[in-house]
Write a protein that binds this ligand. Structure first.
Ligand SMILES: [Zn+2]
Length: 191
């Protein structure tokens, strides 16, 4: 079987992202077209938006609510990257917060994302340790959270942080149920 047949079988003749059966094509997640494990079957709408970020319609990607739970690593990677690109919409961040990827898949997802390759930014804590998405950090000073009207106490643990990919002095995390931006110089990596 060629790659396309393998994918069509795996996907049940449906777009692995949105479930559509229109204009299905094999799409390599990165460049490796010869390995079915590194390809996804996508419909015409999905692939057009993946290839042309300026055409992205955020609401189309609500389909990731389901497909991000795919057992296929390549699908998880595409879902994670798209959710990351759309984080500012709010709901994608909520999905990212509950999406758990195996370490290996997470690393794959990050390598090709804007967070990694393009920016080349390094997020560094107060001790010079490199921070990664998913890390747990503790606050090294009391922080007043603007607009939220509370102070996050020194020593507060913030789990499952994400990196602000265009600003290496900032990370994001949840404190008291609120998603806030925290300066990397005021955190220490745990563990
Ligand atoms: Zn699709």
């Amino acid at each position: 079987m060629n790659i396309e047949q393998i994918l069509r079988e795996r996907a049940g003749e449906q777009c692995e992202l949105c479930g559509s059966s229109e204009n299905l094509v094999t799409t390599a997640v990165d460049d490796d077209k010869d390995d079915a494990n590194k390809c996804v079957l996508t419909c015409g709408v999905c692939i057009e938006q993946i290839k042309n970020p300026e055409l992205i319609e955020p609401n189309h990607w609500r389909c990731l609510n389901d497909s991000m739970w795919s057992q296929v690593g390549a699908v998880q990677v595409v879902a994670w990257r798209m959710l990351n690109n759309l984080r500012s919409e709010g709901w994608p961040q909520d999905l990212l917060d509950i999406l758990y990827l195996d370490e290996e898949i997470q690393a794959w997802a990050e390598v090709g994302s804007q967070a990694g390759a393009e920016s080349g930014l390094k997020h560094i804590d107060c001790n010079g340790a490199i921070l990664s998405t998913g890390d747990t950090v503790t606050l090294t000073k009391d922080l007043t959270v603007k607009g939220a009207n509370f102070t996050a106490k020194r020593g507060t643990a913030v789990r499952n942080i994400s990196l602000v990919f265009d600003n290496e002095s900032q990370i994001e995390g949840r404190i008291n149920g609120q998603r806030i931006v925290i300066l990397t110089k005021f955190v220490k990596k745990s563990g």
